[in-house]
Ligand binder design. Structure first.
Ligand SMILES: *[C@@H]1O[C@H](CO)[C@@H](O)[C@H](O)[C@H]1NC(C)=O
Ligand SMILES: *[C@@H]1O[C@H](CO)[C@@H](O)[C@H](O)[C@H]1NC(C)=O
Ligand SMILES: *[C@@H]1O[C@H](CO)[C@@H](O)[C@H](O)[C@H]1NC(C)=O
Ligand SMILES: *[C@@H]1O[C@H](CO)[C@@H](O)[C@H](O)[C@H]1NC(C)=O
Ligand SMILES: *[C@@H]1O[C@H](CO)[C@@H](O)[C@H](O)[C@H]1NC(C)=O
Ligand SMILES: *[C@@H]1O[C@H](CO)[C@@H](O)[C@H](O)[C@H]1NC(C)=O
Ligand SMILES: *[C@@H]1O[C@H](CO)[C@@H](O)[C@H](O)[C@H]1NC(C)=O
Ligand SMILES: *[C@@H]1O[C@H](CO)[C@@H](O)[C@H](O)[C@H]1NC(C)=O
Length: 492
């Protein structure tokens, strides 16, 4: 059935545990594959770069208590492109891209460059705490040095960072009433959907691309990911799928005496110490190929490439020769293959992952679902949430952890059969159909919002507003005043 489920599950069990934000999956939850440089697949013009200005916001370290050390701050990086903005006091929206487990530069080339002129939108990209330049405690080394400094590294704090910064920025721009739509992909897509649910007064909508928000707790079976990887390969070629399936036991059969043989066959840079090293490597590559199965150069349709190489060798060719040919087709000709890619990766995204710190560092495993929800999601959200697009490409193994059916009229699932991970928010219009739907839906939200805002401003909202102010006065007074004063305030 699945490629080789046990190890894969191990590899792919990821997640956003409250205290450590990032993923322990391989490949991780990123919008683009690490192995592919973004510049090679985009055509960012210099003018787009010139439109972007970088700023730093003095951000609060700990949003959730009033102990003196909570008021420690750090510099949070954010980038603005105001070229297309209609301005405050117009109906133009602000799109806020919520950074995820990577420096924010990796995300600025996105579909938002195409959406901005359509919406006359202001574009804001905010870096996630503990990544890029947005690290507390003065340096990256200090911030990651021990569990005390890492204790502020979690999704709830990150969402609060975004909330504080957006409110402050809107205030500075005198754009308090401008509609805000938050956007994110992968883990960032999870953040976008959670942000909309937690902070509806700050974002009136969210575009959550390839967001596996059900991959927490025990909401869905853990093996959904390898099952989809297997399906992707099987759909491309049944013989390829069968060959891969046969290969695992053949690789294992070399564990005792055949490791030098495997080392030579797969041209690994270091001698193999066990057959599982090779299997981990192959699994990682198959997963990556399925997750990022884009129809794009320089590595278009990697699943097809791997399978073509496996299938096209002459009849009678042995299984391992075929598998090795698949690796070469995917990675390219190399003098040797470094199969330890994931283990000593030094990029921040990998270093921020849970497995770097060992399994014991998994505080409160059920808290994510308690904090953000996920169980019985349709029942819970259909009468509560609104204005979220959950977009998924069904070839993306992570789509199995996403929302694939409409939860309500405005909690909408958009899927593309042949799409893969985060394809809809990549730059350039690749998923024309899905993107057109996204634009239409978001335009609807913004029009509705502006209509309601105008009604509110033209007086109909006056009563609500003033009673709201009174309620605030009373609540504040109740917290701070002595009983007698409260009575006076209430009577007054
Ligand atoms: C927007 O309107 C408010 C209230 O009418 C005004 O105070 C503010 O200056 C305006 N902002 C801009 C940027 O024009
Ligand atoms: C953790 O690291 C910080 C910053 O380097 C340091 O000030 C603190 O004493 C360390 N705490 C522990 C418990 O090691
Ligand atoms: C808003 O303006 C204040 C005062 O100039 C500045 O300190 C702060 O960084 C600005 N906030 C944002 C989000 O730009
Ligand atoms: C085998 O183990 C050695 C020592 O731990 C290590 O340096 C080497 O990278 C391992 N080989 C592979 C292929 O990972
Ligand atoms: C990577 O590291 C993990 C845990 O440290 C180990 O179990 C695994 O065998 C290593 N994989 C490779 C390919 O060296
Ligand atoms: C692993 O670490 C070694 C030594 O630091 C380095 O030469 C090699 O390029 C690294 N491999 C990867 C995939 O990062
Ligand atoms: C959800 O509803 C939208 C229309 O609002 C529709 O385009 C889309 O196909 C529906 N999604 C699914 C998965 O049925
Ligand atoms: C998906 O791709 C396959 C293979 O290229 C093609 O046969 C199929 O028609 C595509 N499906 C859709 C819905 O585009």
């Amino acid at each position: 059935m699945a490629l080789k489920t046990s190890l894969l599950v191990n590899l792919l069990m990821f997640l956003v545990l409250t205290s450590v934000v990032s993923a322990i999956i391989k490949p991780r939850l990123s919008v683009i594959p690490r192995t592919r440089s973004k510049t090679s697949i985009t055509t960012t013009t210099t003018s787009k770069k010139d439109d972007r200005k970088t700023f730093y916001y003095t951000q609060t370290l700990d949003h959730f208590n009033y102990r003196p050390d909570s008021f420690t701050t750090f510099q949070q990086k954010y980038i603005i492109n105001s070229r297309y903005w209609g301005g405050a006091n117009t109906s133009s929206p602000i799109f806020v891209y919520l950074g995820a487990e990577a420096p924010i530069e990796e995300d600025v080339d996105s579909i938002l460059d195409d959406y901005a002129p359509i919406f006359n939108a202001l574009l804001v990209y905010i870096e996630h705490r503990y990544y890029g330049e947005s690290v507390p405690f003065g340096s990256w080394k200090e911030a990651y040095s021990n569990t005390t400094t890492l204790g502020y590294f979690n999704s709830a704090q990150a969402l609060a960072d975004y909330a504080e910064l957006i409110v402050n920025l809107k205030h500075n721009l005198t754009a308090e009433t401008s509609p805000v739509v938050v956007v994110g992909g992968s883990y960032g897509g999870m953040l976008a959907s959670w942000f909309r649910l937690k902070y509806p007064h700050i974002a009136m909508g969210a575009l959550a691309s390839s967001a596996p928000i059900l991959n927490i707790d025990d909401i869905i079976p853990e093996d959904y990911y390898p099952i989809i990887v297997s399906k992707d390969f099987e759909e491309v070629s049944k013989t390829c799928y069968d060959t891969i399936q046969q290969s695992w036991s053949i690789i294992d059969s070399h564990e005792k005496n055949g490791l030098p043989f495997l080392t030579q066959k797969f041209k690994t840079c270091n001698p193999l110490n066990s057959s599982s090293e090779l299997k981990d490597f192959l699994e990682g590559k198959y997963c990556e190929a399925a997750q990022y199965d884009y129809d794009l150069p320089p590595l278009a349709n990697p699943v097809n490439r791997i399978c073509d190489a496996i299938d096209e060798l002459p009849k009678g060719t042995d299984v391992l020769t075929r598998i090795a040919a698949g690796v070469v087709a995917y990675i390219g000709e190399q003098s040797c293959y470094d199969i330890d890619t994931y283990n000593n990766s030094t990029d921040q995204s990998s270093l921020g992952c849970k497995d770097t710190y060992g399994v014991s560092f998994t505080p409160r495993p059920h808290w994510t679902a308690t904090e953000f929800g996920g169980h019985n999601i349709k029942l819970v959200l259909q009468k509560f949430g609104s204005n979220i697009i959950f977009s998924n490409g069904l070839k993306d193994p992570y789509s199995g952890g996403g929302i694939l059916e409409n939860l309500s009229d405005s909690l909408v699932a958009l899927t593309t059969t042949n799409g893969s991970h985060c394809l809809d928010i990549q730059p350039a219009i690749w998923l024309v159909g899905q993107q057109a739907s996204e634009v239409k839906i978001m335009k609807g939200w913004i029009t509705d919002y502006n209509t309601m805002l105008r009604k509110e401003n033209s007086g109909q909202g006056g009563v609500v507003a003033s009673s709201h102010i009174w309620l605030t006065v009373i609540v504040m007074s109740l917290s701070f005043a002595k009983p007698m004063q409260v009575l006076q305030i209430l009577l007054f």
